[in-house]
Design a binder for this molecule. Structure first.
Ligand code: PLP
Length: 389
């Protein structure tokens, strides 16, 4: 099997699995208890907090552990809205993850949501952001990097513009973490969401950075864990895993990890562009994650390509969701101004540091062979493709 779907999730790193293992077995203490078993759990959680903080240049007490990226996003939005009940307007973008956009839309009509458009490269215009801000804007939420296209937004500049207008700023950095260096130091970012399974920790653990002094109202209310910011007994094994994964990610990035990812991604693109005509890159190439390649292939429905490549053991994604047997064009591609045909022929290839050049070469061969097969069954003169369900 060749796994090139690392924006969907990543393999747990063996060192991460080893770090969490004792906390699934003999180290089962509740961190809120005072005897040695509990104190050891508490110490492990504290260490993980420092490791996660170091990944984004934050202070440990600015990190709140959550159950996933979705919870981090929901908590940031809910908090900002609860902290400013007189403000009922939120600014976000048309390309946010559903954990932000659907949460915001679900609060309508009490909440007015401005979804900033993006250009053909998938980026917002900072002038549009300036014009969207109002005296009753409670929050700006703008993702660091898009999970589908890998396109990065000008987050630091956007945060500064929000603060000039007295508006707090949240960024969903779930798909950026571990792939590019992230620093909140010296920025106006108030809240930042992370999710462990996107950088080699297991699923079911995330974190929310809350800048010291930023208003915060908890989403989960109960016990006083996480300094009253997120009730619920800490998921110690997962938290330990997140800490270890953050430490490894930081070490990789400090050691040129982003350039290594780009090397793998670029090798793959070079092979595909050399062999396939009618291949298009989606998203601004100057502002995208180093691990992500989002491509559309003329006369090749992504659904068909995914079936063929999966038969050869390749795990990749299409930019479309398959609902009730009908493939819907991706709303991200539509927001970028692409037509249905280009959207429905788009695929996402996302590498990680656990991939090898051998994986890349084999993946390229599999994709090239699948494209040739689909096109041979679908001659050019047949006109626009009929998309398989
Ligand atoms: N935000 C982005 C950009 C994502 O890619 C994802 C995961 O797909 C999420 C949020 C949600 O994270 P989780 O799966 O941990 O809930």
């Amino acid at each position: 099997m060749i796994y090139l779907d690392n924006n969907a999730t990543t393999r747990v790193h063996p060192e991460v699995a080893a770090a969490m293992a004792p906390f699934l077995a003999e180290e089962y203490g509740n961190p809120s208890t005072g005897y040695p078993l509990g104190r050891r759990s508490k110490a492990a959680v504290d260490e993980a907090r420092a490791q996660v903080a170091a990944l984004i240049d934050a202070a440990p007490d600015e990190i709140v552990f959550t159950s996933c990226g979705t919870e981090s996003d929901n908590a940031a939005l809910a908090s900002a809205l609860a902290a400013a009940p007189e403000r009922r307007h939120l600014v976000t973008s048309a390309v946010e993850h559903s954990a932000v956009i659907l949460f915001a839309r679900a609060l309508a009509p009490e909440l007015e949501v401005t979804e900033l458009p993006v250009d053909g490269g998938g980026r917002i215009d900072l002038g549009d952001l300036r014009s969207a801000l109002r005296p009753d804007t409670a929050l700006v939420s703008l993702m660091w990097a898009n999970n589908e296209t890998g396109v990065c937004q000008p987050v630091a500049e956007a945060a500064a513009i929000a603060h000039e207008a007295g508006v707090p700023f949240h960024t969903d950095a779930v798909n950026a973490a571990g792939k590019i260096p992230l620093s909140v130091a010296g920025t106006d970012i108030d809240y930042l969401s992370l999710s462990g399974h996107k950088f080699h920790a297991p699923k079911g653990v995330g974190a929310l950075y809350v800048r010291g002094g930023a208003p915060f109202r908890p989403l989960l209310i109960g016990g006083g864990q996480e300094e009253g910011r997120r009730a619920g007994t800490e998921a110690v094994p997962q938290v330990v895993a997140l800490g270890k994964a953050a430490e490894l990610a930081k070490a990789r990035l400090d050691d040129g990890g982003a350039a290594e990812l780009a090397g793998l991604r670029d090798r793959l693109e070079e092979k595909l562009f050399a062999a396939i005509d009618g291949l298009h890159r989606n998203g601004d190439p100057a502002h995208r994650l180093p691990n992500t390649s989002h491509l559309s292939i003329d006369r090749v429905p992504a659904g068909d390509l995914l079936i063929l490549t999966a038969e050869d053991g390749l795990c990749i994604s299409s930019g479309s969701a398959c609902s009730t047997g009908k493939r819907e064009p991706s709303r991200i591609m539509k927001a970028m101004g692409h037509d249905d045909e280009r959207a429905l022929s788009s695929i996402r290839l996302s590498v990680s540091s656990m991939n090898t050049t051998g994986d890349i070469d084999r993946a390229a061969d599999i994709i090239i062979a699948a494209v040739e097969k689909i096109r041979s069954l679908r001659p050019e003169e047949a006109g626009p493709v009929a998309f398989a369900g």
